[in-house]
Design a binder for this molecule. Structure first.
Ligand code: DC
Length: 235
């Protein structure tokens, strides 16, 4: 049996506040490990875009349920990059825009939306060898994940990173507008009744305020190796 075949594949759950670098870490890690990456925030953003475009009244259970039955979300890989597809349309760029960020948290608080997204995420992850990032991965979606990380960073550094990202894409946005959006999303995400953003008791907390992307990646690679070693030992 080759070394690769004998290495167990695990589920890695990455949760944390908005703009903490969860997706950067998840993408880099997925390349290093050859794992699939599921950006669960993109799924909530895709639903939000659909609701906005179709003027769905989120107060109406019937309207939400009918809209959800018409939504199909996929991920495809184009030149090594993840693209989010909504009903056949590539919406990867659109869902990162500010008008979607400003509406996504109330949509993500709707239980019917969460039920559907969580079921799809569990199905996508059942083959293992997968990294998911979001808010409820270690607590609700995969509570038995072998490695759970909870990322955090200061609001200033998170705002700066998001500001740089949007500016690079030519989407000039005011620093304070970004900051208040991040904090407001954290507030709604942490206080909603259904699966709020919270640290799983067995998560490893990483405050990356003063860590480079490379330092954080190296740190997590060590954790992955340790967990896999323990799994093999206990087999
Ligand atoms: O990770 P992100 O910023 O793209 O996520 C967008 C929003 O989606 C976030 O404000 C909260 C919600 N979300 C969630 O409720 N549960 C998840 N697993 C992922 C995201």
């Amino acid at each position: 049996m080759s070394k690769k075949e004998s290495t167990p594949k695990i589920i890695i759950a990455i949760d944390g506040y908005s703009a903490c670098g969860k997706s950067t870490l998840a993408k880099d890690l997925s390349k290093k490990l050859g794992y699939a990456y599921i950006d669960t925030g993109a799924m909530y953003r895709a639903v939000t875009l659909y609701f906005l475009r179709n003027e769905i009244n989120i107060e109406s259970e019937a309207a939400v349920s009918s809209a959800l039955s018409k939504i199909n979300i996929d991920f495809i890989n184009v030149n090594g990059k993840n693209r989010t597809i909504l009903n056949g349309e590539d919406i990867e760029e659109e869902i990162r825009k500010m008008y979607v960020s400003q509406y996504v948290s109330p949509v993500a608080a709707i239980s019917a939306v969460r039920r559907l997204m969580v079921a799809q995420q569990q199905k996508m992850g059942e083959k293992k060898g997968v990294i998911l990032d979001g808010r409820d991965i270690g607590t609700v979606v995969f509570p038995n994940a072998v490695l759970k990380l909870f990322l955090t960073a200061s609001p200033e550094i998170r705002t700066q990173r998001r500001y740089d990202e949007l500016t690079q894409k030519g989407q000039v946005t005011d620093f304070e507008v970004i900051k208040s959006n991040l904090l407001e999303r954290d507030r709604i995400d942490s206080n909603r009744a259904d699966s709020p953003l919270k640290q799983a008791v067995d998560a490893v907390v990483i405050d990356n305020t003063n860590l480079s992307i490379k330092e954080q990646l190296r740190m997590v690679q060590v954790l992955v190796k340790e967990r896999i070693k323990t799994l093999k030992r206990n087999k």
